[in-house]
Write a protein that binds this ligand. Structure first.
Ligand SMILES: CC(C)(COP(=O)(O)OP(=O)(O)OC[C@H]1O[C@@H](n2cnc3c(N)ncnc32)[C@H](O)[C@@H]1OP(=O)(O)O)[C@@H](O)C(=O)NCCC(=O)NCCS
Length: 160
């Protein structure tokens, strides 16, 4: 487990270049302008994980549905820092935030091809809720997962 990791609110001017780099791991085809516009118009909260002031991960949480369901729209950890517990820390940060807002569920969607992310979400306590095999066309499916914050044992272990 890495030490000296800090999680704080995203700041556009300071952090955008890092975020753009991290986003390219997930969406290599998007231009800087597209990502910038999307982040500027994003209506949820974005948090970054830093080590010695360098951003090495980010996560977001939005509230698009009802007053009990929050959604993770972005999550990425820099390649060199993966499998060191940083993704889990970011998840715990947003679960805590969702709990403060009296949300009950946090959900996430990801590509069916993204087995690494699916396994990660399961490891940190999410459950499979739905599979949409042809969401974006044949062979391009999507999967929904969620976590019940009140019931989740990881969450209670961490005393969110
Ligand atoms: C998914 C991602 C955020 C995970 O971050 P991470 O910092 O490596 O995750 P952690 O080290 O906190 O892992 C937590 C647990 O998940 C497991 N895990 C993480 N990545 C995994 C993978 N690719 N395959 C299987 N298990 C994985 C870890 O082994 C650990 O398990 P444990 O319970 O035994 O400790 C990171 O791989 C990433 O940025 N991927 C590219 C972007 C992406 O796909 N984002 C999701 C889009 S929705």
């Amino acid at each position: 487990m890495q030490k000296n990791i800090n999680i704080r609110d995203f700041e556009m001017e300071k952090d955008f270049d890092w975020i753009f780099l991290l986003d390219s791991y997930v969406n290599a085809t998007r231009s800087r302008k597209e990502v910038q516009e999307e982040i500027q118009n994003y209506s949820g909260d974005i948090y970054v994980a830093t080590i010695n002031k360098k951003v090495i991960g980010f996560i977001s949480l939005s509230y698009p549905f009802w007053d009990k369901v929050a959604m993770i729209d972005y999550l990425a950890v820099e390649e060199n820092y993966r499998k060191q517990g940083i993704g889990r820390l970011l998840i715990h940060h947003v679960l805590k935030r969702a709990q403060e807002l009296s949300m009950r569920y946090v959900c996430v969607q990801t590509g069916l091809w993204n087995l690494g992310a699916i396994n990660f979400y399961k490891r940190v306590g999410f459950s499979l809720r739905g599979v949409f095999p042809e969401y974006e066309g044949e062979g391009n499916g999507m999967i929904w997962l969620d976590i019940d914050i009140r019931k989740n044992s990881e969450a209670s272990k961490q005393k969110l």
